[in-house]
Design a protein. Structure first.
Length: 227
């Protein structure tokens, strides 16, 4: 009898914990979907002028339009896309009549890294972004070849002598520089909470079934014994 009571308690406790974990993941799913909807709304909003002092938190993903001239060397960030495989993001200083910021103009094939691109005057529409792409495993930039392995706004700004402000281009006024914009979107932001919830709820069903089976076996009369 004690075995049955213990198994029943253990089984129901396990099911309760697994259901709680699944419910918590559903709550996290609603929270993440709200965040993604807010980001998408900010990304697609009508563009405004670049703020005088953009805030990395309050102004993240802000849609802006900037006008000025590309200047100085390019920084090439090695990335990969589903459509093109390995490519480079091209980041360059952008002079707005004395005010210098960074612009992420989009991507080029690996073989186009050393091609000469015109230093044009442009009007860019895009979004402010301070991506968090570096960690303890990110290699240092290859200074000789100008190759970076992640976008680091602070470090890139020091390298090119600009404000620590970056506009990721969505649309450019000049289309002759053979660059493909890679604008900000929510596709790269993970949202696996539904999968986690399904996993926990499935485990709860399995746990309940195993508990029921164990109780059934314990309650079943044993062979060779009288009931």
């Amino acid at each position: 009898m004690a075995r049955i009571v213990f198994a029943l308690f253990f089984g129901l406790a396990g099911v309760a914990v697994l259901i709680w974990l699944g419910t918590w993941q559903m709550q996290r799913l609603a929270w993440k979907e709200a965040i993604l909807a807010d980001i998408e709304q900010r990304v697609a909003a009508d563009p405004v002028d670049l703020p005088e002092r953009p805030d990395p938190v309050a102004d993240k993903y802000l849609s802006v339009t900037v006008t000025g001239g590309l200047t100085g060397p390019e920084l090439h960030v090695l990335v990969s896309t589903k459509e093109d495989g390995a490519v480079y993001r091209v980041i360059q200083a952008f002079d707005m009549q004395g005010r210098r910021i960074l612009v992420d103009q989009g991507i080029i094939p690996l073989g186009a890294k050393d091609a000469v691109r015109a230093q044009t005057n442009e009007t860019f529409t895009g979004n402010l972004h301070w991506p968090q792409e570096t960690d303890g495993y990110t290699p240092e930039p290859d200074a000789k070849r100008g190759i970076w392995f992640a976008r680091d706004v602070e470090k890139m700004a020091r390298e090119l002598g600009t404000e620590a402000v970056m506009v990721v281009v969505r649309r450019a006024s000049y289309s002759g520089r053979d660059l493909t914009p890679l604008p900000v979107d929510t596709a790269s932001i993970p949202n696996d909470h539904l999968l986690y919830a399904i996993t926990w709820f499935s485990l709860a069903v399995v746990w309940l079934a195993m508990t029921g089976y164990f109780l059934w076996r314990e309650a079943k009369p044993k062979k060779g014994k009288q009931p």
